[in-house]
Write a new protein. Structure first.
Length: 161
C-alpha cells in the first residue's frame, strides 16, 4: 500500500507552511497550522496595555467602549484613581464612597435615609474616623459649611466611644 501524499499549505494566521492529508482538507481542516493559530484568527478584539501596571491583556472590540477599557482589572482602575484623583474627588471602595463605608463600619449599621457624612477638615481624601461626622440631614450639613453650626455632637469619634 502506497503512503498518502500530504499537501503543502500556508497558515491563514501566521503564514507558516504546514502539511495535511487530502482527506483532512475535506473535513474543513488545513486552514491553520495549529489550534492556537485558529483561535487567535477567530478573536474579535485586540491586545491592550494596562494604563496602571502596563501588563498586556486582550479585550473584545465590544468591551473596549467601556470607561475602564485601559485597565486590565478593577483593582488597577481603582489604584490608578486613588493615585491620580483630584482633591475634589471622593475616593471609592467597591463602587461606594469610602467615607460612607468607614462611617457605617464605625457605627456598625447602615446610614439612615437623609444622614450625611461630613469631612471635618474639608479634605475629601482624609477618611479617618477622627475626621468624619454623621449629620442627621443635608440642611444641617449646609449650615455647617455656610454658617456657624456646632456639630461636635455629631462627630463619629464621639459616637463610637
Amino acid at each position: 500500500m502506497k503512503a498518502k501524499e500530504k499537501l503543502k499549505l500556508n497558515c491563514l494566521h501566521c503564514d507558516s507552511i504546514h502539511y495535511k492529508l487530502e482527506c483532512q482538507m475535506k473535513k474543513g481542516r488545513g486552514k491553520f497550522c495549529s489550534k492556537e493559530c485558529a483561535n487567535k484568527h477567530r478573536q474579535h478584539g485586540s491586545t491592550l496595555k494596562c494604563k496602571f501596571c502596563e501588563v498586556e491583556f486582550y479585550r473584545r472590540f465590544g468591551e473596549q467602549k467601556e470607561f475602564i477599557k485601559n485597565y486590565c482589572s478593577k483593582e488597577c482602575y481603582s489604584n490608578d484613581r486613588v493615585l491620580n484623583s483630584k482633591k475634589t474627588t471622593y475616593l471609592k471602595t467597591n463602587d461606594r464612597h469610602t467615607h460612607i463605608v468607614v462611617a457605617e463600619k464605625a457605627l456598625n449599621r447602615k446610614l439612615i435615609k437623609g444622614e450625611v457624612v461630613h469631612h471635618i477638615d474639608c479634605n475629601k481624601h482624609n477618611n479617618s474616623i477622627e475626621n468624619l461626622a454623621v449629620l442627621p440631614s443635608q440642611s444641617i450639613h449646609a449650615k455647617v459649611h455656610f454658617g456657624n453650626y456646632d456639630f461636635e455632637q455629631y462627630k463619629l469619634i464621639n459616637l463610637i466611644k
